[in-house]
Design a protein around this ligand. Structure first.
Ligand code: BGP
Length: 464
């Protein structure tokens, strides 16, 4: 069986808004992530009333040195996280960056460099400054493109000697389903229409392609990728209508990777736009900018789902990020996410066949309610099983001929969940003593999976 490549980037993934805390420290402005006490499906409470879990999160802002030392002990080659836009430009539209914010990430990258851990940096991981939401209507406003370009240019320039791998927007396809966290669009203030969403998406496409160009111009040896939430869909039955439903729903995701990897709008969108009365306003030069395609494609992978043309079943299935129908052949996590390791091999093959560009798995993992036993240990065998099965399928995909740059498992240190706003949904190899009632000492404890993953990395995947 094919081995993992020698330079495979083994590691883990975090996002500033889910780990850093210090939400108003050193000049940081409020972001969309700071005003969702109950996660992305809950109400927007702005300005915040009291303290939310994310405001201090797992205090990574003050404890990153201790955390990086633990990740290094596991043998991490790569750490994915994001730069909080509002630490650099607290309001998003000012001309001068916040020095303290820039300094924080300098120190952070220096710490990673001590251990030869390669940073993989997301420019925008659900962290739009709230000022851009309130003043401009988020990504519905074309002006935001220029603010994002300034942010991108600032951080590329500052960290060009420290960061080689970049991503533009986290799970860019989520804007369609969760417009506030994905696009800074307030569903409690404006009527959400397809016209509005697709125009906002167009602005993100232009901003993303522009960031790709700026990155290539400023950092010649850099690689910059797009990022989509990858949920493969299977037809619920052999009814051709179900198969066509898969095609339709798949395109809600492929649209995003197609534009960013191929550099133009796919022809199947013409019919969709026509039938839904959508007209995308493009300015001169937009089509030219979109031609700046990404160097690699990255994605998150947690689960698969089924699609059906049966309206009744569709109405019943409101689970998961994208509402998909349950697959009778698969088990589910405690949070109802269907576990399907083979779906990862399938996704890797599908994306590679479609684009022939290198792939990067930048999120994968099992959210579970871990607990510490009387001996002070966390015995998370269920997580080991989940990750082992998924990594085994990555190896199968390598054998299939797919080019994979690396694997960063999600939430390598426990963090605050995006969908629920809770911390009891844990993903980490490192347990953090922090609880939903805002208590806890922030103490870090190595889980059983910590030692398992250390061994996987040490043997470059031979132990799987
Ligand atoms: C992805 C997001 C992450 C992360 C993950 C797990 O959609 O990119 O930010 O949160 O999902 O989801 P959750 O936190 O809801 O368990």
């Amino acid at each position: 069986m094919t081995k993992f490549p020698k330079n495979f980037l083994w590691g883990g993934a975090l996002a500033a808004n889910q780990v850093e805390g210090a939400y108003l420290e050193d000049g940081k402005g409020l972001t969309v992530a700071d005003v969702l006490p109950d996660g992305i499906w809950g109400p927007i409470v702005y300005p915040p009333q009291g303290e939310y879990l994310k405001h201090n999160a797992v205090d990574f802002y003050h404890r990153y040195k201790e955390d990086i030392a633990l990740l290094a002990e596991m043998g991490f080659k790569c750490l994915r996280t994001s730069i909080a836009w509002a630490r650099i430009f607290p309001n998003g539209d000012e001309e001068t960056p916040n020095k303290a914010g820039l300094q924080f990430y300098d120190d952070f990258f220096n710490e990673l460099a001590k251990y030869n851990i390669e940073p993989l940096i997301t420019l925008s991981h659900y962290e739009m400054p709230m000022h851009l939401v309130e003043e401009y209507g988020g990504w519905t406003n074309r002006k935001v493109i220029a603010f994002f370009e300034r942010f991108a240019q600032t951080v590329f320039d500052r960290y060009k000697d420290k960061v080689k791998y970049w991503l533009t927007f986290n799970e860019i396809n989520i804007l369609l389903h969760a417009p506030f966290i994905g696009g800074g669009i307030r569903p409690d203030k404006v009527e959400i229409t397809n016209q509005l969403l697709y125009q906002a998406i167009h602005h993100q496409f232009v901003a993303s392609a522009s960031a790709v160009k700026i990155c290539h111009d400023m950092i010649p040896n850099a690689q910059i990728g797009c990022m989509v939430a990858g949920i493969p869909l299977y037809p619920l039955t052999t009814d051709p209508n179900d198969v066509l439903e898969v095609m339709k729903k798949d395109r809600e995701t492929f649209f995003f990777s197609d534009v960013q990897a191929r550099g133009y709008y796919p022809s199947y969108m013409n019919r969709f736009f026509k039938e839904n009365n959508i007209t995308i306003e493009m300015e001169d030069g937009d089509e030219e900018i979109l031609k700046n395609t990404v160097d690699f494609i990255s994605f998150s992978y947690y689960m698969s789902g089924c699609a059906t043309a049966n309206e009744e079943l569709n109405l019943q299935s409101k689970a998961n990020i994208l509402s998909t129908v349950k697959n009778p052949h698969l088990p589910s996590s405690e949070w109802g996410w269907q576990i399907d390791s083979k779906g990862l091999r399938y996704t890797l093959n599908t994306l590679y066949d479609r684009y022939q560009k290198p792939l990067f798995i930048v999120e994968n993992g099992l959210g579970a309610a871990d607990s510490i036993n009387e001996e002070g240990e966390v015995i998370d065998d269920y997580r080991i099983d989940y990750l082992n099965d998924h990594l085994y399928q990555v190896r199968e995909a390598l054998e299939d001929g797919v080019e994979v740059l690396g694997y960063t498992s999600w939430g390598c240190i426990d963090l605050v969940s995006q969908s629920t706003g809770e911390i009891k949904k844990r993903y980490g190899f490192i347990y953090v003593d922090r609880h939903d009632d805002l208590t806890g000492t922030f103490k870090r404890t190595k889980k059983k999976s910590f030692f398992w993953y250390k061994n996987v990395i040490e043997t470059n995947g031979e132990s799987l």
